[in-house]
Ligand binder design. Structure first.
Ligand SMILES: O=C(O)c1cc(=O)[nH]c(=O)n1[C@@H]1O[C@H](COP(=O)(O)O)[C@@H](O)[C@H]1O
Length: 239
């Protein structure tokens, strides 16, 4: 998957998603999450891939190792470029996920990259300490999960922009740091707690940004996408 912004297709149906994508010329990076996948099934991934788009299949698996391994074996056959799990599932679960993906990837195709969610971007430190009983800073917790993810052999993590540079120091520049919670300077946080602009994401060393509502709810989604892409890539408006 190239480094263009990943558009979160948080839509209710394939019809809505494809209508939304119509004004976009060429191939884009898209994310299919639970809402669209549970409605449309694997066909949505296959259709998007058929149009040449790159697909992050965001189902955030979190279960016992054997169940995750078997599920990943099936998911690998849909052709997604990137999939994810929750790092809190543990090292054995992450290793099993990787094993399932390796086993399920059709011969001749590249195994999807796999990343683990550290702490959701809708979580803040106070909530983490209170609800998860973690007696550490949020950054320490994210770094812990990033190191566990790396040790398990995965390709990277989902984190917020605020932890990206610390993760780069510990896990390396090439370890994926996929960062949702992206907002333009003047937009609402909605349910997100750890937000940042595309420009901050680039300076912090995010490898990818995931953007949903700032594009999908914009009055001109294509223009919103271009503005975000321009800021993320550090280009001036006319480049
Ligand atoms: O795994 C994810 O993609 C994810 C992890 C996370 O910690 N936070 C997070 O917001 N996401 C996803 O990223 C997208 C963000 O959407 P917006 O807040 O509308 O930009 C949603 O589809 C979330 O499911």
């Amino acid at each position: 998957m190239n480094q263009s912004p990943i558009i979160a297709l948080d839509f209710h149906s394939a019809k809505e998603a494809f209508t939304f994508l119509e004004p976009f010329e060429g191939k884009v990076n898209v994310k299919v999450g639970m809402q669209l996948f549970y409605k449309e099934g694997p066909a949505i991934v296959e259709r998007l891939k058929g149009l040449g788009h790159s697909v992050f299949l965001d189902l955030k698996l979190h279960d016992i190792p054997n169940t995750v391994k078997l599920a990943m074996e099936v998911l690998a056959s849909h052709g997604a470029d990137l999939v994810n799990v929750h790092a809190a599932g543990g090292q054995a679960m992450m290793e099993a996920a990787l094993e399932g993906l390796d086993k399920g990837t059709p011969v001749g195709l590249k195994r999807p990259s796999i990343i683990a969610v550290t702490q959701l971007t809708s979580t803040d430190e106070e909530q983490m300490r209170r609800e998860q009983l973690i007696n550490a800073s949020l950054e320490q917790s994210v770094l812990h999960f990033a190191q566990l993810t790396k040790k398990s052999g995965l390709d990277g993590v989902v984190c917020s922009v605020h932890e990206a540079s610390a993760i780069a120091e510990v896990c390396g520049k090439d370890f994926l740091k996929v960062t949702p919670g992206i907002r333009l300077a003047d937009s609402h946080a909605d349910d997100q707690k750890r937000i940042a602009t595309p420009n901050t994401a680039r300076l912090a060393g995010s490898t990818h940004i995931v953007v949903g509502r700032a594009i999908t709810k914009a009055s001109h989604p294509r223009i919103a996408y271009e503005n975000i892409r321009t800021e993320w890539e550090g280009l001036s408006k006319d480049e």
